[in-house]
Ligand binder design. Structure first.
Ligand SMILES: *Cc1c(COP(=O)(O)O)cnc(C)c1O
Length: 456
């Protein structure tokens, strides 16, 4: 789709709607002269060049990419009205779009019933889920893996709850034996499972954890902020297919977080939380003297910790899902391409003398390091940092990122490594753009070339 054309159409459509209310005068205090704007705009666009090319296939670093053009057009059109999805009075159209889009996410996970809403981020969405967990198990702690997102520990502090990190196995998944030891003490009321860790894309065994809920009466929360949309590849044919068990089990968990601003093609400002039991809405009860006037229909602010939220986020997501629905044939194809790219690169690295896999990718995140002699953490750390820096310099750049692996985690995957430091950086590439599939051989060749140049 032609972005320039549709951005113009978006502005025009909103103007036509505005014109139906009749002409009005703009106050001189906000009028800006074209020449002054041109100057400011020039400075502004110049400064924006201080960025990494997240859109480009040669950017294979962090979890970053621009939104889909449909999301950009949807966001801009709605933003020109600027509805606030806190309440139906703030924007009935986008509030309804939010409920429909959230319904699609719930259906993607196979939830029969749900209460949910969008949030500004995965962090806030997880905070909401942990808040409800605390209300239901007020005297007990919350367990999550050592590889879970760092904000779980932070939000436990915010909530005044005891956060209990649990060790992971040699692929970065939560160790359920360690969880069970903790549950036997009776000190923990909620277990957080991560479906796609931020660092390595490891998928915790959600299905196996459900047995613990039955045995110990705990709540199960799934943090699928990064990995949630990979449920579209569960049991799929082809190399990209994922073992279905953990993904199918998500429908039975108590709450789920997913970030449309990660794998849902959205701009930042779009997370989501889903609760399986709509009754938890009672924990949000409040009475607001200045909102909720127009109807007895549910206002999203009544089930959300945040007040103001961009209706434009809901609009962008709704429009995107119209075109690329959360189905295997829709958004699933986007995720499948990144996953195939990761598998292909993993194979190339496995047969390379210059690079070594840190671990095999479970989703679309590849972790690897330059093969150095002797195989010791200090040398690996130094070489990884050098490849990162050299990759970005020069005329044929490739943009990577690094991941800090602790000594124990490293040794669990590579028992022969000399652990002469507390940790080592390895290289990490999140292949979340489907174009990665087309360019992965070039990226591999370039990274190998840099690794070779480091050799004496
Ligand atoms: C990104 C991420 C978060 C935090 O989400 P934000 O949208 O960055 O606030 C939480 N958990 C996981 C697993 C993530 O990948």
């Amino acid at each position: 789709m032609d972005l320039q054309h549709w951005l113009g159409r978006a502005a025009q459509a909103i103007q036509e709607w505005a014109d139906t209310f009749g002409p009005y005068q703009t106050h001189p205090s906000v009028v800006v002269d074209e020449d002054r704007f041109a100057d400011a705009f020039q400075e502004f666009t110049g400064r924006l060049q201080d960025n990494y090319p997240f859109f480009h296939p040669y950017y294979a670093g962090q979890m970053l990419k621009p939104p889909h053009p449909a999301a950009v057009v949807g966001y801009l059109a709605a933003m020109l009205i600027n509805p606030n999805n806190h309440a139906l009075d703030g924007g009935p159209a986008t509030a309804r779009m939010e409920r429909e889009a959230v319904g699609q996410l719930a259906a993607m996970f196979g939830l029969d019933t749900h209460l949910g809403h969008l949030t500004t981020s995965g962090t806030i969405a997880n905070l909401e889920a942990l808040f409800v967990a605390r209300e239901l198990h007020p005297a007990q702690g919350i367990a999550y893996s050592e590889d879970a997102h760092y904000t779980h520990g932070r939000m436990c502090r915010v909530l005044g709850v005891d956060g209990r990190p649990v060790r992971t196995d040699d692929r970065g998944r939560i160790d359920l034996d360690a969880v069970e030891d903790l549950l036997r003490t009776g000190e923990v009321g909620t277990v957080v499972l991560t479906a796609g860790t931020t660092g390595l894309g490891a998928v915790d065994p959600v299905h196996a954890a459900l047995a613990l809920r039955a045995r110990y009466g705990v709540r199960i929360h799934v943090d699928a902020a990064y990995g949630g949309f990979f449920t579209l590849l569960a049991g799929a044919d082809g190399p990209e297919g994922l073992a279905p068990e953990p993904w199918r089990a998500i429908a039975q968990c108590d709450s789920i977080v997913i970030d449309p601003h990660k794998h849902g093609l959205q701009p930042y400002g779009c997370g989501a939380v889903l609760f399986r039991d709509p009754e938890v809405g009672r924990f949000y009860l409040h009475d607001s003297p200045y909102t909720y006037f127009t109807s007895t229909e549910l206002h999203l602010g009544e089930i959300s910790l945040e007040c103001s939220r961009a209706g434009a986020s809901a609009a962008a997501l709704w429009l995107t899902l119209r075109l690329l629905p959360p189905t295997p044939d829709g958004l699933g194809r986007v995720l499948a391409a990144g996953r195939r790219a990761a598998l292909k690169w993993a194979d190339l690295i496995a047969s390379s003398d210059l690079l070594e896999l840190y671990q095999r990718p479970e989703l679309d995140i590849v972790s690897y390091f330059p093969a150095v002699e002797p195989t010791a953490l200090t040398g690996i750390d130094r070489a990884s940092a050098q490849v990162l820096a050299d990759g970005m310099a020069g005329p044929d750049p490739v943009f990577l990122s690094t991941f800090k692996a602790g000594r124990k985690a490293f040794a669990a995957r590579h028992p022969k490594v000399v652990t002469d430091a507390a940790d080592a950086r390895v290289l990490r590439s999140v292949l979340m753009k489907p174009e990665s599939e087309i360019y992965i051989e070039h990226i591999h060749a370039r990274v190998e070339q840099i690794a070779r140049s480091l050799r004496p």
